[in-house]
Design a binder for this molecule. Structure first.
Ligand SMILES: Cc1cc2nc3c(=O)[nH]c(=O)nc-3n(C[C@H](O)[C@H](O)[C@H](O)COP(=O)(O)OP(=O)(O)OC[C@H]3O[C@@H](n4cnc5c(N)ncnc54)[C@H](O)[C@@H]3O)c2cc1C
Length: 207
């Protein structure tokens, strides 16, 4: 709800917060309010949300609810190839593995699909580079040591941290993130080339 870059056209001032309305139907008469999962009583939600300028006369078709993800205990079950340790022909991907979000689910789905195809062709399974976002997510869900495994979105915190000499060189967080992104993109390109060459030298695991 950060208002950055959204000055009020009437006043030129940035508001305290901005809410996003996402169109829900073709007739464009129903919108969802992004990021308002909450467990307030419905009457209270209506009262509070009507305080938002522009929503004073809104009709509420559905109120916010907290959702609960169902997920497996991936660190005990999965390898970073997204294959189950017990049954090599069984793969998991997406939210059920403990990643959260559209991109995270698509990314892990891509890797699990790729590996499922590779196993059918008797090829080595592959793990994504650990510097990359997909690699970091797969490493997290398959390896994290915790008694209370919980779903994660991708963040810079999940990426492999920079070696000490680079951390010393780049003290500013933004610069460090930039270097992490550049490293990830470089390794990702190499990883894709390796796949194309069908030479799975990078972190291959024999089936
Ligand atoms: C209210 C809400 C808002 C969200 N907003 C965002 C957002 O803004 N940005 C973002 O990145 N993420 C958002 N997410 C999270 C995102 O939706 C999920 O992380 C993502 O959709 C998970 O994708 P998935 O393919 O792994 O699982 P799903 O999208 O849940 O797909 C699983 C599919 O499997 C089907 N299925 C289940 N059981 C069976 C069965 N036994 N047989 C056959 N099919 C079955 C289900 O019907 C479903 O279609 C939101 C989630 C919620 C609940």
């Amino acid at each position: 709800m950060k208002p950055k870059g959204l000055p009020d056209p009437k006043t030129g001032f940035e508001p305290y917060a901005a809410v996003q309305l996402r169109q829900e139907n073709l007739m464009a008469d129903a919108y969802s309010l992004v990021g308002f999962q909450n467990h307030l009583r419905y009457g209270e939600q209506e009262r509070v949300l009507k305080l938002i300028p522009g929503l004073e006369n809104a009709d509420f078709l559905q109120f916010g609810q907290i959702h609960r993800n169902t997920f497996i205990n991936s660190p005990k079950i999965l390898d970073a190839t997204l294959q189950t340790r017990k049954n090599p022909k069984l793969f998991f991907a997406g939210q059920i593995t403990g990643v959260e979000g559209y991109i995270e689910s698509v990314g892990t789905g891509w890797l699990a699909g790729l590996n499922a195809a590779r196993i059918m062709r008797n090829e080595n399974l592959i793990a994504a580079p650990e510097t990359s976002a997909i690699g970091a997510l797969c490493r997290y869900v398959s390896n994290v040591e915790t008694k209370n495994f919980q779903p994660v979105n991708i963040t810079f915190g999940l990426l492999e941290s920079l070696p000490p000499e680079l951390r010393k060189k780049y003290r500013n967080k933004r610069e460090r993130h930039q270097v992490q992104v550049e490293m990830a993109l470089r390794e990702w390109d190499e990883f894709l080339l390796e796949i194309q060459r069908k030479n799975t030298k990078a972190q291959s695991i024999n089936v």
